[in-house]
Design a protein around this ligand. Sequence first.
Ligand code: HEC
Ligand code: HEC
Length: 313
Amino acid sequence: MKNFLKIVVIGLFSLSFLYAGLAPKVYPQGGVGEMVKLGEQIALHTDTHPLTKDFVGNKLNCASCHLKGEDGKPGTANGLTSWLDTATSFPAWSKREKSVQTLQDRSNNCFMRSMNGKRLVIDSKASIAIASYITWLSTGKPINMNVKGPWGPTNTKLWPTGIKHFKPIQKKATHINYVNGEKVFKSKCAMCHGQDGKGIAAFPPLWGKNAKGEWLSYNTGAGMSKLDKGAAYVKLKMPLNQEGSLSDQEAADVMLFVNAQERANFDLAKGLLPKEEMGYYNSNVLKEKHSVRSNFKALGLDIDVIRNDKKIK
Ligand code: HEC
Ligand code: HEC
């Protein structure tokens, strides 16, 4: 049994290196090329770019999670959260929205959740530019619409495997795992993400607020805020340049600790623009709320017991 698990984990890893492939090297010509380049810039500087800064409620960029590959472009790193084949699977079914989603809809979900912000207008320059860039990354790949989830082929293979793998580990968590998670954080993450989780220079924040009271990182509706998804990501992608060095338990415990810290609550209504401005919202689910507490409860855990205090709401 132990050996089997080992094989599964080693498999998960090697797959994460193999999946996806290479980014194209030459930009398309003319107006399309201009849009692709604009989308790339927005994905690198989402929180400060004039076309998107008002739609971002934290200090992250798309590239904070959709990591840069060797070419320095956002989303071209192989494996989990890669964008290299993402566009091939859209339009795709979304269980969460109970509707068929376009690539622009899917990106907007990261604006509302991972970026703690608001949905872009679908016909806006920024939304078209991001879709152009992500679509360009799938140049030459066959369309392969996903009837089960809003994920490209790479992420369809890696996310569910990772979630299934980490869910049973996270469900068994106690305060001891929280304490261990804090230890892992201090020894293996804090040198880049800061002792207080607020990030250092180009190293992005993981939780909390700045001195102005602004939220710094993803909210409680983001994939990263879910204990099992967060652990799967960190296992495969962090610590940066030492990916895969954490044991499963370390990855699970460090994200138990990180996701037990303060972050913005997700309320779907707050991520929508006024209807006259936004236009049609392509979702059959119009109400959704999450908190740190509810994210722990989703795995049968009580945040007060895990933290051994009552500081978090
Ligand atoms: C805090 C991390 C984080 C940030 C920042 C982030 N994303 Fe994501 N994104 C994710 C995760 C995790 C998933 C997949 C898991 C899920 O569906 O919850 C995802 C999935 C996606 C997908 C689907 C990709 C596929 O093939 O599965 C798209 C498209 C996407 N994000 C676009 C964006 C855009 C555009 C931005 C910037 C505006 C952005 N994301 C910012 C974490 C992030
Ligand atoms: C060597 C520096 C370094 C170390 C060590 C490191 N990270 Fe990161 N991490 C980064 C960088 C850089 C990014 C964003 C990628 C980018 O901007 O190119 C990132 C992104 C992330 C993200 C997604 C973005 C966000 O801010 O939410 C998470 C979650 C994360 N790291 C967790 C961890 C955890 C947990 C550890 C410890 C096990 C860790 N990291 C260790 C450098 C590091």
